[in-house]
Design a protein around this ligand. Sequence first.
Ligand SMILES: Cc1cc2nc3c(=O)[nH]c(=O)nc-3n(C[C@H](O)[C@H](O)[C@H](O)COP(=O)(O)OP(=O)(O)OC[C@H]3O[C@@H](n4cnc5c(N)ncnc54)[C@H](O)[C@@H]3O)c2cc1C
Length: 386
Amino acid sequence: VDFELDDHERRIQQCAREAAGRLLAPRAAARDLDSSFPAAELRELATRGLLGIQIAPALGGAGASAVAYAAALMELGAACAATAVPVAVTNMAAELVERFGTPTQAQRWVPPLVRGELLCAAFALSEPGAGSDPSSIATTAQRTADGWRLRGTKQWISHGDQAGLIVVWARTRPDPGAKALSAFLVDPRRTAGTLTVGRREDKMGLRGSSTVTLLLDEVEVPNDALLGAEGDGLRLALTALDGGRIGIASQAVGIAQAAQRLVVDHLRRREGAASLGQTEQFALADSAVAIEAARLLTWTAAYRKRRGQRYTRAAAIAKLVATEEAWRVCDRAIQLHGADGYTRRPGVERLARDVRVGRIYEGTSEIQRLVIARETLRASPEGGAP
Ligand SMILES: Cc1cc2nc3c(=O)[nH]c(=O)nc-3n(C[C@H](O)[C@H](O)[C@H](O)COP(=O)(O)OP(=O)(O)OC[C@H]3O[C@@H](n4cnc5c(N)ncnc54)[C@H](O)[C@@H]3O)c2cc1C
């Protein structure tokens, strides 16, 4: 397998690296402290095509591959994971509308989204009583004379208070079947008063990325808010999450790389670095191995997507390994810094706090294992080998 980036992919990677270094990294520690949302940064990333990396140029996107997307998310994640979150969700929503929307929906939403005019998109699936099992959501959508009426509560919605487009999943049938959910494109500016922002979470990490509850109190949306066919919601959500998991894996790889860089700098600077103890060498080596494995698995998933192959299992494996290992890499980085690692000074504690959620959102590690087990039991598993 050849994991070389082509010219276009390398250009996107370079563009993300430059933006990450100049625009995001210098403010990342301050953003963690003041929890400010990176609005100006998102607008600038949009001018570089980074909000629509895989979107067709006809819709204003960069027309690049999943490999370019993974490469960009690694760079942004390493610099400021809190900014990488809205970038990832906006790319995911744009892709969903491009792929499943009507031409009118695509024209209405995708260009302003990728140009940064809507700032970002939110993905409103989780609820107070439905996280790991999206089929159990309680939010309902009822047909009206000229559209739909949405009622319910969404929780844990990343930047739901900032987004110019919110993709809301709701139950259009009461039964528990696979065809009971539908997805809606909701314009928060046109639903003011009925769509309100509730609690903003006080999180352990990713503090610049707001996470809010959204209250839908008889939100009226037109007929053309329905994305895909009625009953397609669960399929759309699972399709979006497959791609999203490549983004989360990439973000985790980026954070792990950043932590390891800090460790290398610290050990090189330290007096007597030549006489590094075996324990330190082992820790450094274990992190190097983990990062390499996570990166290769992330490339594998991204290359499968680029080639148009199934990548559900590959994305779940990449997300599971990358997020679990990145957490361990960050923990080792704190340990190798000693007491300093437990302070804000070197920045490793922020990386550890930011990366921790990777094992929870877009499907917990346990859910990734269920996906991997299910896909491995298929008659013809992805990649040909069980
Ligand atoms: C910072 C942050 C941002 C988020 N952003 C978004 C967003 O933008 N949009 C959105 O829709 N959601 C978002 N989420 C929600 C996230 O996707 C859910 O938290 C996640 O899916 C887990 O759901 P839960 O919290 O309800 O946990 P639960 O589903 O209640 O799970 C609790 C525990 O039980 C385990 N568990 C559950 N079911 C099983 C099972 N069948 N087998 C084995 N173990 C199981 C889980 O792995 C977990 O360890 C976000 C969450 C956070 C923390």
